[in-house]
Ligand binder design. Structure first.
Ligand code: AMP
Ligand code: MG
Length: 594
């Protein structure tokens, strides 16, 4: 994320500036921006009230006090005579956001809007402060220098700020409020064969999330994409504890000389069963893994390294101070970033969030992926013996892929090569899905009705991508819903889905742009290719560690897709591969295929 935009709200007391701040935060948040605020104060605020726990910690000398609950975290940092930090330093403490609204800090140089009410009877700052760019007033002040906007017209004030600061110059025009521009799939004019990298860069550039946000219990959030940064609600570990089963003592109170013997106190410290007393100097206590370190001790020896006789612990020599004791928060401190927005939750992430007390997450709703097959020749698998019919392989494949990727598969069925029927299917898809994946009819031939219909609807961008297999990709929007028109051939459909649709869908779903992690491995085959198109071969790693290519490059050979465990990627340029040469192997798993 780039640096946040910064805008201030100033005004005399009772000028309505806090009310304006409040309305602006709500307005910008509703526009899909993340907003943070900074407030300058000269007086005591509620967090500083004497007698509260935090006040007591603070006045006792704590450098920082973090006040945390399941819904928010406050951090009090004591300056203790150090100069007040400037705005840049304060903003650097915030998590990334789009806009920082600042209340107060009148003399700082950032641009500001001044709130003004006639009732205060005060002159305008705007009269002699060039950083004030507009006045939001409930009256018509005598001022010719800057625009005056109605104090109650939050939208107009927000528009002014957005324009002044360069936020969101383009308002999306699509009927569905999905953040995509109408022409998001447009390629530069005059381009005939688009290289794969350029097609990917265009997608990466133009796409934005189209999903909603909902609260999900963490234990049901596997595969979900975080819509916000999530902070540790409490530290891990929450208290200092023992890393081993053994005996604990205060290192500094051990007698000198070796071996070392100290008496054991009665009782023990166990996980979930802390020792409540204080261990006296020169004494040791039985402690088990995960137990809180009792008062009076700081070091643990493993039980394998000690001898016990008659209530006396003997160790051959003193360990290092603090051995086998884990400090509170040594892994993650409360308030620290646990996982950032855009992160897709996997089992280890669920463990982390759970350990840090994040019981629910703000996640994107699952991307609804609509899958539609087109073609007169298609029939449901097993439904006919007619050899003129082709069993529909793409729809079950693409629905399975959507499911594997953690999205919600939406079966939009099969339609014949009939434009009116296709239009009905697209209408249906645009309401039931966030993105539509079609296969077949995406070229420019007579029977390529998907292309023809999308062209007629005005939103088609036909991408002739320099890729084999694959080539035509029809990208469009139907009533604002993005449509990916894939080639009908199942081999080409799978390759183009893995290469183009996978990263694109991740962004549409609120996640990161994805790139497969390739391995350089020796080729177990030889091949010569011409310049001009990037090629993907169905491939797998043989027992000798070399990459085998499928025996036929024929694009009708669906068996090769199932035989393969990945793809070999051959560069756009001419290339001659001899056995043993390194090739780039992209395992299916690197495309999230399991
Ligand atoms: P098209 O892109 O419509 O010209 O189709 C190219 C080839 O892919 C033709 O041989 C089609 O029969 C085949 N095909 C199209 N859709 C599917 C599908 N859903 N399942 C299997 N084969 C298909
Ligand atoms: Mg067809």
């Amino acid at each position: 994320m780039t640096d946040p935009k910064i805008y201030g709200v100033v005004g005399w007391k009772n000028s309505g500036k806090t009310g304006l701040m409040e309305r602006l935060v709500a307005e910008f948040t509703a526009r899909g921006l993340t907003v943070s605020t900074l407030k300058h104060t000269h007086h005591q605020v509620d967090l500083e009230v004497p007698g509260t726990d935090t006040h007591r910690h603070r006045t006792a000398g704590a450098q920082e006090v973090v006040l945390a609950s399941t819904s928010r975290i406050a951090q009090l940092h004591e300056l203790r005579g150090e100069p007040e930090p400037g705005i840049a330093t304060l903003i650097s403490r915030l998590h990334p956001c789009d806009l920082v609204l600042i209340e107060g800090f009148k003399s700082a140089p950032h641009p500001k809007v001044e709130a003004s009410r006639a009732e205060t009877g005060q002159p305008l700052f705007a009269n002699n402060d060039a950083t004030v760019r507009a006045v939001a007033a409930n009256h018509t002040p005598k001022n010719g220098a800057v625009p005056v906007i109605d104090l109650d017209d939050t939208k107009a004030i927000a528009d002014f700020i957005a324009l002044d600061v360069g936020l969101m110059p383009d308002v999306p025009e699509t009927p569905k409020a999905n953040g995509l521009k109408n022409d998001c799939f447009a390629l530069p004019p005059g381009v005939h064969w688009t290289p794969v990298e350029e097609a990917l860069a265009t997608l990466r550039d133009r796409l934005a999330p189209v999903t909603d946000v909902e609260t999900v219990p963490t234990d049901a959030a596997n595969g979900r994409i975080l819509a916000r940064d999530h902070m540790a609600v409490r530290s891990n570990p929450p208290g200092a504890n023992s890393a081993v089963d053994g005996y604990a003592f205060a290192h500094a109170t051990l007698p000198s000389g070796t071996p070392i013997s100290v008496p054991l106190v009665d009782g023990r410290a166990a996980a979930g069963g802390p020792f409540h007393g204080t261990v006296p100097a020169g004494h040791a206590i039985r402690i088990l893994t995960g137990a809180l370190i009792p008062d009076g001790v700081d070091t643990v020896v493993m039980q394998e390294d000690v001898q016990i006789a008659d209530g006396i612990l003997t160790i051959p020599a003193a360990p290092k101070p603090g051995s086998n004791a884990r400090a509170a928060g040594e892994d993650v401190a409360a308030g620290a970033l646990a996982l950032a927005h855009g992160h897709k939750l996997r089992a280890p992430d669920i463990a982390l969030l759970s350990a840090l007390g994040v019981a629910e997450v703000e996640a994107h709703t699952r991307l609804r992926v609509g899958v539609l097959s087109t073609g007169d020749e298609l029939a449901a698998p097993g439904s006919t013996l007619d050899v003129a019919r082709t069993y529909d392989a793409n729809r079950p494949m693409l629905l399975s892929l959507a499911e594997t990727w953690g999205y919600e598969p939406v079966n939009l069925g099969h339609v014949a090569d009939d434009r009116a029927a296709l239009a009905v299917a697209f209408d249906d898809g645009a309401t039931r899905a966030d993105v539509i994946l079609t296969s077949g009819g995406a070229s420019a031939g007579d029977e390529d009705h998907v292309s023809a219909l999308l062209r007629d609807s005005g939103s088609l961008h036909h991408w002739r991508i320099a890729i084999k297999p694959g080539r035509p990709l029809a990208l469009a929007q139907w009533n604002g819903t993005p449509v990916f028109g894939l080639p009908g051939n199942p081999v080409a459909a799978l390759v183009t889905t893995l290469i183009f649709a996978r990263p694109a869908f991740s962004v549409l779903a609120g996640g990161e742009w994805l790139e497969p992690l390739g391995l350089q491995l020796p080729a177990g085959f030889s091949k010569k290719k011409k310049a001009g198109r990037r090629e993907y071969l169905r491939a797998r790693i043989g027992a000798d560690g070399r990459v085998q290519a499928f025996k036929s490059e024929g694009s009708g050979r669906i068996s090769g897709l199932a035989w393969a465990t990945g793809l070999v990627e051959m560069s756009d340029e001419a290339q001659e591969i001899c056995e043993g040469d390194p090739v780039r192997f992209l395992p299916y798993t690197s495309f999230g295929l399991v």
